[in-house]
Design a protein around this ligand. Sequence first.
Ligand code: G3I
Ligand code: 9MR
Length: 583
Amino acid sequence: MAKSIIFHLLFASLALTSCSTQAPKGTIHLNQLGFYPKGPKIAIISAEGDGAFSIFSADLKKEVFRGQLKGPQTSSFSGKKTWIADFSEFREEGAYKLAVSGLDTSCAFEIKPAVHRQVAEAALKAFYFQRMSTELPEQYAGQWSRPFSHPDTSVLIHPSAATEKRPAGTIIASPGGWYDAGDYNKYIVNSGITVSTLLSLYEDFPDYFDHLTISIPESGSALPGLLDEALWNLRWMLTMQDPDDGGVYHKCTTAGFEGFVPPQQATSPRYVVQKSTQASLDFAATLAQAARVFRKFEAELPGFADQCMNAAVKAWQWAKANPAALYDQQKINEQFDPDITTGAYGGRELEDEFIWAAVELYITTGDEHYFKAVELFPEEEITLQSWGDVRTMAYYTLLRHAGSLTPAAQPALFPLKKRFISFADGLARNTEKTAYLAPMENEARNYVWGSNGVCANQGMAFLYACRLTNEEKFLDLALANLDYLLGRNPTGYSFVTGYGSRTPMHPHHRLSETDGVENPVPGLLVGGPNPHQQDKCPGYPSQVPDESYLDDVCSYASNEIAINWNAAFVYLAFGVEIVRNNE
Ligand code: G3I
Ligand code: 9MR
């Protein structure tokens, strides 16, 4: 009894300490949005407490749960110790703070159903904010409204892309689409995996998205909001195909990056650059998938599915005839002017792109010759999807359509499932030994440029593993990745702009930086910790892989945003939300 009173008094003093919104040395790391009532609830404490922790009502007046810290765990990157506060068994809905004697209390978080719905919707809405060749009126964009920018109706054929029918300097129209990232360019390779991730989300959960409206100008149309948004970029992608031969331009870009000026003032000449095998295959895969998805909406978009299909087939044929048209920016610049110095998104090895395109074409058409055109398992290991490695996108599609495979593909299913589960197990191996109980922390090599995208893509893989096996552990792993991105990580940031108590305020994002609005455009996932620090910005707090993050506009290697990372986050957040709320 006496002990409990002392304990209570200790915690009472905490009422005066603030949550660590601004303090860089916040020591309680948790999903800053909160938890599902029946789900796991973990916070990580990066300083030694007195062995106990408490959950208080958000006004700190009432202690509602008390537990013992477990640990310590040791970070294999920094050697630092952490302790685990597990309050999974506390299930009462409400707003709370977590307290450990002697430390700042956490900021308030919630326990409630659909706890990630808002952030998932915001991350989807972020694609609207990335739209180009359009005005963003206040009705949809609020304080981030902006005038029409980047018409892209007078785009030049760069000498690297010149043909007899379209010599250098020919003007074509390539309007629409999303800004790739913090820059003002559009890249087919990155667009492909991005749109495909969103279309996969639709294919995996059609009922949910048939009923989800988002606040965009098309809302009220007969299409689901998710597909209206995807359409915005698909229509642009179609303009990137050379109508004469089916090859696809690698990107639509200025010669160099524009400065940090508002989009309507960024008026440097724009080019489409060299047709590449990689862009053509990513295009073929994405458009073949789009043909499948939009077939259902023939009445609303007459002819669109056929248009996508024809474009996909032509791009595939071009790639088969030009299997080694690599995008090598240095080589291009040795031969042609002006030099192109924007994002490269180049790949040297295209086996995975061939597999992905072949599988999407096969699933949409049922034509086995596509399937037979590639070797499905060029190596034993399955690798995580990224813009440069799209093989697993093919596997997701095969798994999703497992019930309708023709005889040529059926034998692949068993080995695919087996390999996929062992891949997902591999991603999670040793998670319980990590300092943040996060699969990301298993390997230093996860910490590349866009490590948060790696984390979100891993989460997507866990959701597929969950679907395949029905094992709860995979759902918990997906949630662990979401927890990581929303605050349960050593930096103390929730990495999605505007969502969480401590979020990036200075992303490398020209739209946010030049709009005169204090808060960045919401719903954007920043790249995340990256010890390679390619931007060489001063002020990184650390070189340790999972701590090397800088919330400064200078830091494009850790604090840029990008559509591919956002799409993976949208998949993860909605996926967890849908599966958890169906329990
Ligand atoms: O794969 C290697 C790995 O083997 C090696 O250990 C590791 C350490 O250096 O590097 C890995 O490669 C990295 C690659 O991304 C794959 O993740 C490269 O170093 C790194 O430079 C490369 O970064 C890319 C970056 O552009 C620079 O080209 C990012 O993935 C990519 O997301 C980013 O994309 C940019 C666009 O070019 C332009 N628009 C903005 C966009 C986002 O920053
Ligand atoms: O703003 C550019 C960003 O989108 C790219 O990811 C990054 C790497 O390619 O480059 C940024 O642009 C910088 C350029 O590379 C070097 N000079 C400064 C530019 C703006 O910070």
